[in-house]
Ligand binder design. Structure first.
Ligand SMILES: Nc1ncnc2c1ncn2[C@@H]1O[C@H](COP(=O)(O)OP(=O)(O)OP(=O)(O)O)[C@@H](O)[C@H]1O
Length: 216
């Protein structure tokens, strides 16, 4: 069963010409796929459509074996597919790092103690335990990006949708992120301008061109 099957998605922001003009892709379990493309070509827009944050004007979205049309269809999609936003400030909204990372597990119904165990496990895995009690909005841009990834991984999604994950990361942390992603079991859809990262994490690639996805 494919995790995602997007067929002929058309989307334009209100009152503006369509950015996506028939974008299609299939993401299978365990697959790693990258998407490149010019600034403003619609890559972030596509990821937001995949988890129901935007609604296509036409085209089909199947996720985890089912057609997804209305908002309630996407609750399950957002639980099983973790989107790491391009801007960490869209992801992180709690006072401290521990609370931000615990938010997802608590929301999924985990008890406080189990959620805190999960927070420690994820922060340890990403080598971020030193940030656990920090005030989130005072972190550096790169630290926020890593905490965003931790917050998504804490929900144990089946697939990761990553929007420019190396933005604001220094070379050392970008390298660490690549190693972390290489070691994860999840399927990954990786949007990035970073050609080296695409080669290391998701060599099979597509390119967004004129509103469609074509082999890179
Ligand atoms: N909320 C919005 N309302 C109106 N236009 C928007 C909105 N969000 C994005 N856009 C526009 O839609 C186009 C596609 O944006 P999108 O962020 O999907 O591109 P992208 O391929 O991810 O770009 P980048 O590589 O710069 O991150 C851009 O022209 C952008 O300005």
């Amino acid at each position: 069963m494919a995790l995602f099957e997007l067929d002929g998605l058309v989307f334009g922001y209100s009152g503006r010409p369509a950015i996506l003009q028939g974008a299609s892709l299939t993401l299978e379990a365990g697959q790693r796929l990258s998407i490149a493309g010019a600034n403003g070509s619609g890559k972030s827009t596509l990821l937001q459509l995949m988890v129901g944050l935007l609604v296509p004007q036409s085209g089909q979205i199947r996720a985890f074996g089912q057609a997804r049309r209305a908002e309630p269809d996407f609750h399950e999609v957002r639980r099983r597919a973790g989107l790491v936003f391009q801007d960490p400030d869209d992801q992180l909204f709690c006072p401290t790092v521990a609370e931000d990372v615990a938010f997802g597990p608590l929301n999924l119904g985990l008890g406080r103690a189990a959620a805190m165990d999960q927070v420690e496990a994820v922060l340890t895995r990403l080598d971020l335990m030193h940030l656990k009690d920090r005030v989130t909005h005072r972190l550096s841009g790169g630290e926020k990006r890593l905490v965003s990834l931790a917050a998504v991984l804490a929900m144990e999604p089946e697939v990761l949708l990553l929007d420019e994950p190396t933005n604001a990361l220094d070379e050392e942390n970008a390298g660490r992120l690549v190693a972390i992603l290489q070691g994860l079991p999840q399927a990954i859809l990786l949007v990035t301008h970073d050609a080296e990262m695409r080669a290391q994490v998701a060599p099979q690639g597509l390119r967004m061109t004129a509103g469609r996805l074509v082999p890179a």
